[in-house]
Design a binder for this molecule. Structure first.
Ligand code: DC
Length: 226
């Protein structure tokens, strides 16, 4: 039987993971958060105190790392060398260093191979930066999900304030711009909108509207394939 794959790429804060998760649950597909895998590898180096922009030091240790994904009560958990690190990969230190680690070609090769294998046997919704361009170039549906810097900064600001943390809107917007620039201008697998990806701008859409829109795109693809 055919396996379906939906690739969702786009910059940080556009709503990729929330929308991908909802799509997967509505369609009964497996959701694969590839950013979590880059974050898990990054955690290895952060824990060891290895400087993440020292490429040769990173590559030297790469063989010691194994990253895997398991589903516990339907939620994705990422394992680093056998330990569930889901609760440890969302810190500021990991976020800051993940964009350096994910710029290294050998790191990408390792994770792309795992991601491609996962999509062989399951219907998947996979989100990241290079899914439509590198990981699943033959995906049934490719979506490039984006939103303006202002809207993404405001969303992040609201999240932090809700958690009772301090936040400054202007600083967040600047960090988002810097991260976008790094992701879009790196040499290896930069974030790009491939020509066959549908552009979905969530600046003026709430989560339900954006999910509904993406579901509609997938129905069209399936109709076309019948
Ligand atoms: O989506 P995220 O913030 O969890 O991603 C963490 C980092 O990994 C971010 O710097 C972008 C990078 N990444 C990537 O290069 N390729 C992917 N497929 C997914 C994430």
């Amino acid at each position: 039987m055919k396996n379906y794959s939906i690739a969702i790429d786009g910059p940080a804060g556009a709503g990729k993971s929330t929308i991908a998760k909802r799509l997967a649950s509505k369609l009964g597909f497996v959701y694969i958060d590839t950013g979590a895998m880059y974050r898990a590898i990054t955690l290895f180096y952060v824990d060891k105190g290895i400087v993440c922009d020292d490429e040769s030091a990173v590559i030297e240790k790469l063989e010691e790392i194994s990253v895997s994904i398991k589903y516990i009560d339907g939620a994705q958990h990422v394992f680093l060398n056998g330990t569930d690190v889901n609760d440890r990969i969302r810190t500021q230190a990991v976020s800051d260093n993940a964009s350096k680690i994910s710029a290294i070609a050998k790191v990408r090769e390792k994770l792309v191979a795992i991601q491609q294998k996962m999509a062989l046997s399951e219907n998947v919704v996979m989100d990241g930066r290079d899914i439509g361009s590198v990981v699943l170039p033959n995906a049934d549906l490719k979506i490039y999900l984006t939103a303006s810097v202002e809207v993404r900064a405001q969303r992040r600001y609201n999240e932090l304030i809700e958690k009772g943390q301090q936040a400054e809107l202007e600083t967040i917007a600047k960090e988002i711009e810097e991260r976008d620039y790094r992701d879009m201008h790196r040499e290896n697998s930069p974030l790009v909108r491939v020509p066959d990806a549908k552009l979905v701008d969530t600046s003026d859409l709430n989560i339900d509207e954006a999910t509904g829109f993406c579901l509609g795109l997938f129905s069209l693809v399936k109709e076309d394939q019948v």
